[in-house]
Design a protein around this ligand. Structure first.
Ligand SMILES: Nc1ncnc2c1ncn2[C@@H]1O[C@H](COP(=O)(O)OP(=O)(O)OP(=O)(O)O)[C@@H](O)[C@H]1O
Ligand SMILES: [Mg+2]
Length: 205
């Protein structure tokens, strides 16, 4: 079975970034437990017709070895909305997000239990193509990690080359960089190392 839904993107936000009401939020979080609040707002861009739940977590548990760090999460992410996950450092936000596109299981000794539904498809079904899951559910990591030896261009092109979607590579790389708001800053230095960009630029890369 393969997944062919439009790409979803999950963005991790640097917890050290300034926030006017951070102390208040953290107080709330400390009172309420691990995954404590979701905030939803309609995206400004005109939404496609799709409605309802896009991603659904059912009894999701995640382990590092025997240590259970995500303990039975039931949570719906609605289509065409932004959902914010707020919780204290170390409570399992990143771990939960990595379970959604099956990156968690790449960590040696780690595994997940429960169900993650993308629309009607269980992404943990044994018949599922894991690479297709990750193609359908994109992820921007908390800590930027460009391929250190690759140029800016090659960092963007790497995924397309890997999945043999090399046609119009130049145009696709430009479109991706424009989509991330990075094109204007890197257009004249595409062959320079990706690791030479600032932290925020690396995250957009
Ligand atoms: N590779 C790993 N091996 C073992 N334990 C891990 C690993 N990664 C994370 N953990 C542990 O799992 C728990 C949840 O970590 P996670 O990174 O999901 O927290 P977080 O909520 O994203 O925190 P932060 O807000 O600091 O980013 C923590 O106790 C952490 O130490
Ligand atoms: Mg995190």
């Amino acid at each position: 079975m393969t997944l062919s839904r439009p790409t979803r993107q999950v963005t991790e936000v640097d917890p050290d970034s300034p926030s006017s009401n951070r102390a208040e939020i953290q107080d709330d979080m400390a009172r309420s437990g691990p995954i404590v609040a979701t905030e939803r707002r309609e995206e400004q861009a005109p939404a496609p017709a799709q409605k309802g739940v896009a991603v659904q977590l059912e009894g999701l548990r995640a382990f590092y070895g025997k240590a259970e760090q995500v303990r039975g999460i039931d949570l719906d992410f609605r289509a065409n909305e932004v959902t914010a996950i707020i919780g204290p450092s170390g409570c399992g936000k990143s771990t939960m997000i990595r379970c959604i596109n099956r990156m968690h299981e790449e960590i040696p000794g780690a595994h997940a239990e429960g169900r993650v539904m993308l629309d009607e498809v269980d992404v943990y079904d044994p018949s599922i193509d894991v690479v297709a899951v990750r193609r359908a559910i994109g992820m921007v990591f908390q800590k930027p990690n460009p391929f250190p030896t690759m140029s800016i261009f090659d960092n963007v092109a790497a995924g397309l080359r890997l999945t043999a979607r090399r046609g119009h590579l130049q145009a696709k790389v430009e479109r991706a960089l424009r989509g991330a708001g990075l094109w204007e800053e890197v257009a004249d230095r595409l062959s320079e190392p990706g690791a030479g960009l600032s932290g925020g630029q690396q995250q957009r890369l």
